[in-house]
Write a protein that binds this ligand. Structure first.
Ligand code: AMP
Ligand code: MG
Length: 412
């Protein structure tokens, strides 16, 4: 049995960021860019007005006040997107809209609220300073400036910036194809009629959903029966993926053949069993060049183990630097009893209590109680050496659900 850190190191050591592919910027959302982006143009391209008002020469407004306005001739109207056709001379102004280019000769804009229209001329009611309400060319981005660096994650802001620069396609790391192989004679697929001695292979779906959720492409290979030929066939077909996850068949039962087949097909079982609960019987090896993580079959174990090992591996393949879930410190609402020597991951609901977070377990913690995951938004991590953790103790919690954040789940 090895520690969680050792296991994680071995698994993460077996994967690297995938090659790059060219994708449309909207498809790049959440992906890691594989090139530096230098601005091919300045933003904004020209000096322009940040207000609706009048473009004029600041020195013409000296002494202007509501009682003693300065009266200027209006030479033209410049809507946004138009090209100014006239120069603004002394004691002249151009009516200008937000975003429209500043005409030659003008060095300031006075917003319309500080003016009056009088007989077709502009009465300016305030003194303007040079440069007032003008956005300078290149004030957002200078031509040639590096705006996005290789390795950064593309978020909506980056998508907007790329669009502003006229970049519709960029290079990002490919998404890993992750094969999901369920094993077990007791399993049926979702649409098959259930019977009292069969169960739906929910892991095929929860694991595929986890793959999708962290940016991988799930490849559902279906259910392998607990027979050598069937397992070998399913594993062989899974070898076209970048990563394989299987569920079940890694315990010590007579029909737990996954470790054996891993050894036979890949000849490289690297470890079996990790000092954690749930998820102790985890096997890891490679089939050809493809890493295979043999997750335990119990629905909670397979999900919790996926969180600790597979999710970080997929994120690494996607090019992410930060591979692990956010953690917070939370006050335990009830006491926990555990076995020493194993790290526990206890399904919990984390909620806010004033400035603090409080962790409440989601009830029955058996590794077959999938409801304990359904109700959880975090995992309380209890260290190996602990045996009893009294209520009120501050514990570390892995946050599973940033989108729902602190919304209470059903039944909690
Ligand atoms: P195993 O490690 O293969 O003995 O599986 C342990 C238990 O996990 C089995 O008795 C099933 O109840 C459950 N199990 C295994 N595979 C799946 C699956 N694909 N979906 C849901 N439950 C499963
Ligand atoms: Mg089984």
């Amino acid at each position: 049995m090895i520690s969680l850190e050792e296991a994680r190191e071995k698994i993460l050591g077996s994967v690297s960021p995938l090659l790059l592919e060219k994708v449309n910027i909207l498809d790049a959302l959440g992906r890691v860019i594989g090139e530096d982006i230098h601005a091919g143009r300045a933003i904004p391209p020209k000096d322009n007005s940040s207000m609706d008002g009048y473009a004029l020469r600041a020195k013409d407004t000296r002494g202007a006040s509501p009682e003693k306005p300065v009266i200027l001739d209006v030479v033209e109207d410049i809507p946004a997107g138009a090209i100014p056709s006239k120069k603004v001379g002394t004691r002249e102004a151009a009516r200008i809209m937000t975003g429209a280019p500043i005409p030659e000769g003008a060095d300031a804009v006075v917003r319309v609220e500080d003016t009056r229209r009088e007989d077709g001329r502009a009465a300016i009611l305030v003194e303007a300073e040079e440069g007032q309400d003008i956005r300078l060319a290149g004030e957002d981005v200078r031509e040639g400036e590096k705006v996005i660096a290789r390795g950064e994650i593309i978020r909506p802001a980056e998508v907007g910036m790329l669009a502003a620069l006229g970049r519709s396609f960029i290079l990002v790391h490919q998404r890993p194809l992750v094969a999901v192989v369920a094993t077990g004679d007791e399993l049926v697929d979702i649409d098959e009629p259930p019977s009292p001695w069969k169960i739906v292979s929910s892991n095929s779906y929860s694991l595929a959903a986890l793959v999708k959720d962290c940016g991988g492409i799930p490849l559902q290979t279906g259910i392998a029966r607990d027979r050598r030929e069937d397992l070998i066939e399913k594993f062989r077909s899974a070898m076209r993926a970048d990563l394989i996850v299987s569920s079940g068949g890694v315990s010590v039962g007579d029909y737990d053949l996954v470790k054996e087949i891993m050894q036979e097909v890949g000849n490289s079982m690297q470890f079996w069993r990790v000092a954690m609960r749930p998820g102790r019987p985890l096997a890891f090896g490679t089939l050809g060049q493809v890493p295979i993580v043999g997750l335990p079959g119990n629905p909670v174990s397979s999900m919790v183990s996926f969180e600790q090992f597979v999710r970080p591996a997929i994120l690494k393949m996607l090019g992410y630097q930060n591979l692990f879930r956010r953690t917070v410190r939370a006050r335990l609402d009830e006491g926990i009893e555990k076995k020493q020597g194993l790290r526990y991951f206890i399904r919990a609901n984390i909620r806010r209590d004033g400035e603090d977070y409080v962790a409440v377990t989601t009830g029955e913690q058996g590794s077959g109680i999938l409801k304990s995951m359904v109700r959880a938004n975090g995992l309380i991590v209890v260290p190996e050496e602990a045996a009893t953790v009294p209520a009120g103790t501050w514990v570390t919690v892995q946050i599973l659900d940033d989108s729902l954040d602190w919304t209470p789940r059903l039944g909690s």
